[in-house]
Write a protein that binds this ligand. Structure first.
Ligand SMILES: Cc1ncc(C[n+]2csc(CCOP(=O)(O)OP(=O)(O)O)c2C)c(N)n1
Ligand SMILES: [Mg+2]
Length: 447
């Protein structure tokens, strides 16, 4: 019997793109090697690079003092520096920059409207805010193409807007209205759209979304397409076990995951200085063998450029990238949390680094891409759009469990919809394994 041609492990390895991770350098500096008698030890030393695009490097730490009920946080370090400029983007045009600025404005105004709706007793459940993080949410989602996927978390309502949900959809969802994306079955930002907008609904268990997004990238790969799976995790959420497992899997499989670690200095009421021992969360990329970069999360140009480059890498099939976006959560965890534990000086420091005010100044005064009049008109336009959306959302009916037969189902059943491969039939072939090999493998395992 003719032997079947078996693919050797080295042959299948050769098919993978040979791209060393950008942050990994094995070649020692030859000059240093010649000068140092201990050359062999030096030769085995490895160095890593974490590009840092920020224009300032804040030097302060948060400490805890006091005991029991008198615990308080204090900041030590220099908080006097003037806010940095916006770093000019390598890629964004005038039109694209203005578009991102508009999304950021809409993001902020919508969250203010949601806060008011909550205070009027119209919201079912809590409200989560991305105040101070709008540049990160909007500019990162703006880097996605139509075939790419977004996996937003609670602070990324701006990303949902960029991906095509209207403020009306989001406000209806918070009020659990019958015509909301989940027909009143769920609240806050727990919704997605896998059919049209390629948005995977957020998962509350921190870090779990990363594995799901990696799975989406793997699914697309099996259908012959490399897509981007952009998702987010907080400084707190990054320490979960599932984050490690999922990112490691994505790294090994070279999946197009783009993970933005939103280091907003707080995980609920715990300051990030008390959550981890690495200096920068991007350093953790080294452990996965993938590139890690640091950006100022309040600078939309930096966020866009880093995300755009990570997306290009993902689409080339070269694997995931970890982007740490440094910024500050400018409100409590959610609307119920007044954030009284946050030192006021810290709020003042970051208020001066407001992403919208700085981007506005960049567009109007620095680049002169927007006239004062044009800016005024744009703001009025956003407010008008938002007001119309707010009115429509408030006027929407609540679901009626008796009459709403169409949407009774919470779970899918056979009559609900068909799940088909999105990009085409599965093209990947199973590795051929002969009976002899199977026996061999079995005996090895049974030894
Ligand atoms: C696995 C897991 N542990 C705990 C929680 C409860 N929880 C929800 S949000 C949160 C804080 C998250 O902080 P961070 O990851 O920094 O994100 P941020 O809220 O600052 O955006 C916690 C502890 C959870 N949802 N999932
Ligand atoms: Mg946080």
């Amino acid at each position: 019997m003719a032997k079947k041609k078996r693919t050797s492990p080295s042959a299948s390895r050769k098919r993978l793109p040979k791209v060393p991770p950008a942050n990994f350098r094995t070649t020692p500096d030859p000059k240093a090697l010649a000068q140092n008698p201990d050359g062999a030890r030096l030769a085995s030393r490895r160095t890593y690079e974490i590009p840092d695009y920020r224009l300032e490097h804040p030097q302060f730490r948060i400490y805890m003092s006091g005991e029991c009920a008198n615990i308080e946080y204090r900041v030590e370090g220099d908080l006097s520096a003037a806010p940095p400029a916006i770093r000019e983007s390598k890629y964004l045009s005038r039109e694209q920059s203005i578009a991102i600025y508009r999304w950021m404005l809409l993001n902020r105004r919508m969250e203010t409207a949601l806060e008011n709706l909550y205070k009027q007793g119209k919201v079912v459940g809590g409200v989560y805010f991305g105040l101070g993080q709008e540049g990160c949410s909007c500019a990162s989602a703006y880097a996605l193409g139509p075939d790419d996927w977004l996996g937003p978390m609670i602070r990324n309502q701006g990303a949902m807007l960029v991906r095509g949900f209207s403020a009306r959809d989001i406000m209806r969802q918070y009020m659990a209205k019958a015509d909301s994306p989940t027909f009143g079955r769920d609240a806050s930002s727990h919704f997605g759209d896998w059919q049209r907008r390629n948005v995977c609904a957020p998962i509350s268990m921190l870090g779990e979304l990363i594995g799901v997004m990696a799975g989406i990238c793997l699914g697309a790969r099996l259908q012959g397409k490399n897509v981007v799976g952009l998702t987010y995790v907080g400084d707190g959420g990054q320490s979960t076990g599932v984050t490690y497992e999922s990112l490691n899997f994505a790294a090994v499989q070279k999946l197009g995951l783009v993970l933005i670690v939103e280091n907003n200095l707080w995980g609920y009421s715990t300051p990030s200085d008390m959550q981890f021992c690495v200096k920068d969360l991007a350093e953790r990329a080294i452990a996965y063998g993938i590139p890690g970069v640091i950006v100022d999360g309040t600078d939309p140009c930096q966020v866009y450029d880093a995300t755009h480059e990570a997306c290009e890498r993902a689409r080339r099939g070269e694997g995931p990238t970890l982007i740490e976006a440094k910024m500050m959560r400018m409100k409590g965890h959610a609307i119920h949390d007044a954030a009284q534990y946050v030192p006021q000086k810290l709020f003042e420091y970051w208020r001066a680094r407001d992403p919208i005010a700085r981007f506005e100044n960049y567009l109007v005064n620095q680049k002169k891409w927007l006239s004062a009049e044009g800016n005024h008109k744009l703001i009025e336009d956003v407010e008008r759009e938002l007001e119309a959306d707010r009115e429509a959302a408030v006027a929407s009916p609540m679901p009626d469990p008796e009459s709403d037969k169409e949407h009774q189902g919470v779970y899918c059943d056979d009559t609900c919809h068909k799940i088909r491969p999105k990009y085409g039939p599965v093209t990947a072939k199973l590795r051929e394994t002969s009976a002899a090999t199977r026996n061999e493998e079995a005996s090895v395992h049974l030894k």
